[in-house]
Ligand binder design. Structure first.
Ligand code: ADP
Ligand code: MG
Length: 335
């Protein structure tokens, strides 16, 4: 009882990313070599029970971070701790334990399910591979998971192949598969961006309900701020491989601090025309620069309406700008 109370008051860090870098060398042989700094010194912590969002425009390094956390690729530098264990060293030769704890939900629902396997096979494969029960127990577990993700009556889905399902139903199968090993941490990389608007809302509501029911921590990657607002409690905003702002969701929408966050929020459509007219807008000029040769100093300075001299020369540090809020911006730190 006391332990339960203390753990609800003191939240445990489940994932910690420290000064993570991933640089790719492209070209060579017959052309010049270039360095792509996909992720360039990113640090953050996720606490147990968080629904943590990583947002930013396409190409800013979100999926690269997800792939490193899932141990699909190795970082150039930096460390990732999961429940206090460094993922590349402490989990070496303990792949089963790692995979059971961290599972992924993918954006591409068409490519992420094997077209030759039935729904039953797709969901039961992880259970069989980990020898989690006899045939009856595995069948019952698959039925429970299908019910959990809203594929009912289960009899009409369990022996279908992926091509016999709609996009939303396929994503539900992907979610059931991710939950099969009872993970504590779910990495969801753009899980709804390939779906129709109405299906998108249903899947977001399902994810939110499953998070509560299964006591999950979510790491949610998206370029869509409306998704963040719907289900996430914390947001980290990235731009060209670096963090611009970190904040509780409510504060970020009420009072976006970094000029880039202001621009992102200004670009989010508002259905009510009256409210849209009243909204304070910050529009940025130009396109996102290439990560091959990113701007000096603050990467955002070429598009920022408040650029000062120092922004062109020095990279701003990610510093506290209020309770639980951090931003890397010279203007905010000097005002
Ligand atoms: P996001 O998920 O935010 O859209 P990514 O993490 O996929 O961005 O990519 C970040 C940057 O790294 C992009 O400029 C992308 O082109 C580059 N990149 C990703 N993977 C590779 C790779 N294997 N080789 C070279 N460049 C890559
Ligand atoms: Mg991506």
């Amino acid at each position: 009882m006391l332990v339960g109370y203390i753990s609800t008051v003191i939240k445990m860090t489940i994932l910690e990313v420290k000064d993570l870098k991933k640089h790719y060398t492209i070209g060579g042989l017959f052309s010049s070599k270039y360095l792509v700094k996909a992720v360039d010194g990113v640090s953050f912590k996720i606490e147990e029970g968080d629904n943590f969002a990583l947002v930013g425009e396409s190409g800013c390094g979100k999926s690269t971070i997800a792939k490193i956390i899932a141990r699909l690729i190795e970082p150039t530098d930096g460390t990732v701790f999961f429940k206090g264990n460094e993922i590349f060293h402490d989990f070496k030769n303990k792949d089963n334990i790692f995979r059971r704890n961290i599972q992924m939900i993918f954006q591409d629902v068409y490519a992420s399910l094997n077209p030759r396997r039935t729904v039953f096979q797709i969901i039961s494969d992880p259970l069989k591979n980990n020898k989690l029960g006899n045939n009856d127990a595995i069948f019952n577990r698959v039925v429970t998971l299908l019910k959990d993700v809203g594929l009912t009556p289960f009899e009409s889905f369990i022996y279908r192949f992926p091509h016999q399902l709609s996009g939303g139903q396929r994503q539900r199968v992907g979610i059931a598969r991710a939950l099969s090993l009872e993970p504590s941490f779910i990495l969801a990389d753009e899980p709804v961006s390939a779906l129709d608007m109405t299906v998108r809302t249903q899947i977001l509501l399902l994810l939110k309900a499953l998070q509560v029911k299964h006591n999950l921590t979510f790491f949610f990657i998206t370029h869509d701020l409306s998704v963040v607002r719907a289900i996430c409690n914390k947001v980290t905003v990235m731009y060209l491989g670096r963090i611009m702002e970190m904040s509780p969701t409510e504060d970020l929408f009420k009072n976006p601090s970094h000029p880039y966050t202001q621009a992102l929020i200004s670009a989010t459509p508002i259905p009510n025309p009256e409210k849209a007219r009243q909204k304070k807008k910050l529009l940025v000029k130009g396109e996102t620069p290439s990560p091959i040769n990113p701007p000096s100093g603050c990467h955002f300075h070429t598009r920022c309406p408040y650029t000062m001299d120092i922004c062109k020369k020095a990279e701003p540090e990610l510093l506290s700008i209020g309770k639980n809020r951090f931003a890397s911006c010279h203007k905010l730190q000097n005002s």
